[in-house]
Write a protein that binds this ligand. Structure first.
Ligand code: AMP
Length: 413
């Protein structure tokens, strides 16, 4: 097991402010800008059901169009695995885009070759064109130089606004930066700045909240945070593994009992690094895993043999709130309990509310992201109040792990 605190300069996101932005690209009037965004929005029966990601990228599309650029939008959609697949066409997304950006949007039925070239040649300054799904070609995910060159032929400059795809070294997310003058889009810069503020050079005390189901899936996250943050609050099913490792009886709770040694090693590492690990002191337990299951609050020293912990209890909530109140920065990933089932969402809701309130009062910088976190904060009704909520799932987690993101690294060159 490796629980190594990453060195500050290992994380490319910490260099966020050094990236060129679209204002550094000179006069863009009439220039062909290949803009990589993330149009991989959830869709049902050909209709986009969640516009969050499109709204994030819309700012950059509009800004480029306002500069008179010919905005050529690149994105993947779904997982067609390098083959043409009409069900994964970007056309319906391109059709949803005008409502969001307030501009007409053209669509080209291919992303390279004569069809794409003809569409680009027909563009007026300030117009927007969406090219077909880049993943229809195997060269996209393979970051194939020939495919990358075909894309590059369509543009004069490259702008990457898709932080959520930055953990992939694909042709349109990384390769293009090697062939064209490039810059980070407005949303990409916003993400990088937020990450920089949260962990690059944050205001202390810094609190990390890591919740969710399994320690094993977030081992690298915890390993990277230990030593960087002042308090590491562990919640959700993950906390159960730590409680078990302390020798507590946790009944039928979700836990990775085989990870007890790892959990103990993390605790030791944290002690040595000066990071306080904050674990629940009480829990809401039930005998059935279902909404409104009969439940009671017990101390973590008195979990009945036949019960499972499904949320943190009121004393733990107060403890987490107190930690948040004395913090200047919080970075948040994962829920405190089974937030999808009432009333086991109370712990997550209460802690999210406190972070949101402190943020509104200007006392706390709050950055959240990754997997279910956005859903949990939305459920708590507090997503908007956070200083920054990343639209990225995998990329946010990889950043939390202190990994180098190829899409970000490529832009830094
Ligand atoms: P993750 O994807 O790792 O962030 O995990 C999120 C999931 O963890 C959610 O679906 C929660 O329902 C689940 N979870 C949180 N706390 C618990 C718990 N005490 N027991 C079982 N599942 C939990």
């Amino acid at each position: 097991m490796s629980v190594q605190p990453a060195k500050r300069d290992e994380n490319p996101a910490t260099a966020g402010r050094r990236f060129a932005g679209i204002d550094d690209l000179g006069d863009l009037h009439g220039r062909r800008v290949l803009l990589r965004v993330d149009l991989n929005a959830p869709m049902q029966d050909g209709v986009v059901t969640d516009l969050t990601r499109l709204q994030a990228n819309a700012v950059t599309i509009k800004a480029l169009a306002a500069k008179g650029a010919r905005v050529i939008v690149l994105s993947h959609f779904g997982r067609p695995k390098g083959k043409w697949d009409a069900s994964q066409s970007l056309r319906p997304v391109a059709e949803a885009l005008p409502v969001i950006i307030g501009l007409p949007v053209a669509f080209a039925a291919d992303c390279v070759g004569p069809v794409a070239k003809a569409a680009v040649n027909g563009m007026a300054p300030g117009s927007v064109l969406v090219l077909q799904n880049t993943r229809f070609y195997p060269g996209e995910e393979a970051n194939d130089p020939e495919f990358t060159a075909q894309l590059a032929e369509l543009g004069d400059v490259y702008v990457n606004d898709a932080f959520s795809c930055a953990h992939r070294a694909h042709a349109s997310t990384a390769g293009l930066a090697g062939l064209l003058p490039h810059a980070a889009g407005i949303w990409m810069k916003k993400e990088l700045d937020a990450l920089e503020a949260a962990l690059g050079s944050p205001k202390h005390p810094v609190v990390a909240v890591v919740g969710g189901a399994k320690v094993s899936s977030k081992l690298d996250v915890i390993g990277n945070l230990v030593g960087k943050v002042d308090h590491l609050v562990i919640g959700g099913g993950m906390a159960n593994t730590f409680l078990f490792a302390e020798g507590k009886e946790i009944g039928k709770s979700l836990a990775e009992r085989e990870m007890a040694d790892t959990a103990r090693a993390i605790v030791e590492k944290a002690k040595a690094a000066g990071t306080e690990i904050v674990l629940p002191v009480d829990g809401v337990v039930a005998r059935e895993f279902k909404a409104y299951a009969e439940n009671e609050v017990v101390s973590v020293d008195a979990v009945p043999e036949d019960a499972m912990i499904l949320d943190i209890g009121p004393a733990s909530i107060e403890r987490v709130k107190a930690v948040l109140r004395q913090a200047k920065t919080v970075v948040w990933n994962g829920p405190f309990g089974v937030f999808e089932m009432e009333p086991f969402d109370l712990g997550t809701n209460a802690c999210a509310r406190e972070a949101a309130k402190l943020t509104r009062e200007g006392k706390l910088l709050s950055v959240a992201g990754g997997g279910d976190t956005v859903a949990a904060l939305n459920h708590a009704g507090e997503c908007e109040a956070f200083s920054f909520v990343s639209t990225a799932g995998g990329a946010f987690l990889e950043w939390l792990e202190g990994r180098e993101l190829p899409g970000v690294k490529a832009l830094a060159k």
